[in-house]
Design a protein around this ligand. Structure first.
Ligand code: MN
Length: 233
């Protein structure tokens, strides 16, 4: 007999593997930062207030094997991003203390139904249909900061079918990891298990069924995934 009074068995906690370990990192929430590298259409280097949105923890999957092609899109796009894994609760965290809250890092994909995002932007609707679908956040295993430190630079790149589409360096991020954690934690209390996707370099583009995506972040992790076929709709 169950000891709980839940009306049904709760779903297991979403998690990611820890690199070189049998341990797993339990995921609380996934926050995502909008523009955090200069793109070709950036008119100036003036920093706007960072724009955060969210994905559910259930959007996180291992960046291995075949990814489902989502429904309802003709513009299924890749965005390679540095992922920060929070290991310690905190509210109104100072920049100076921000990295004490980081448990580790991963390389991740902020997969986006761009056509749905553009349609939402046009009428001022929320972004969830574009950003929060199942499997929209494939990630590599989490590399513990206790063993590997906090990256300040390092190549971040993505290729499709062997052709490079995105390449930059973490030192080109507009907002540093410490600034992002501090800014976000002044809005909400961060919790151990939260993940933060820190924005993508220029070069985002659409994917087709059968495409092979390779990508990674130097010193953090690399992945290869294949895009599955479209569902009959
Ligand atoms: Mn993104």
């Amino acid at each position: 007999m169950s000891m709980s009074n839940f009306v049904f068995e709760p779903a297991p906690v979403a998690s990611l593997p820890v690199a070189d370990s049998d341990a797993r990192f339990p995921i609380a929430r996934v926050f995502c930062l909008g523009r955090n590298y200069l793109w070709g259409d950036s008119s100036s280097a003036v920093r706007e207030v960072p724009a955060f949105f969210m994905k559910p923890s259930t959007s996180v999957i291992d960046a291995t094997g075949e990814l489902d092609f989502p429904t309802q899109t003709e513009q299924f796009c890749h965005e390679i991003e540095l992922v920060v894994a929070i290991g310690k609760d905190g509210f109104q965290i100072s920049e100076a203390q921000a990295l004490e809250h980081v448990w580790g890092y991963a390389a991740g994909l902020d997969l986006t139904r761009r056509d749905l995002q553009m349609a939402a932007k046009a009428v001022g609707n929320p972004w969830e249909p574009a950003k929060a679908f199942d499997g929209s956040a494939p990630m590599t295993p989490i590399l513990p900061a206790s063993r590997h430190g906090h990256p300040r630079q390092g190549a971040i790149w993505l290729a499709v079918n062997g052709v490079e589409r995105q390449r930059s360096d973490l030192e080109s991020q507009i907002w540093s990891v410490g600034e992002i954690i501090s800014q976000l934690s002044h809005s909400i209390g961060l919790r151990a298990g939260d993940l933060i996707m820190t924005g993508t370099p220029p070069g985002v583009a659409a994917l087709d069924a059968g495409d092979v995506i390779t990508g990674g972040i130097s010193g953090i992790g690399e992945f290869e995934v294949r895009i599955g076929s479209r569902r009959v709709q």
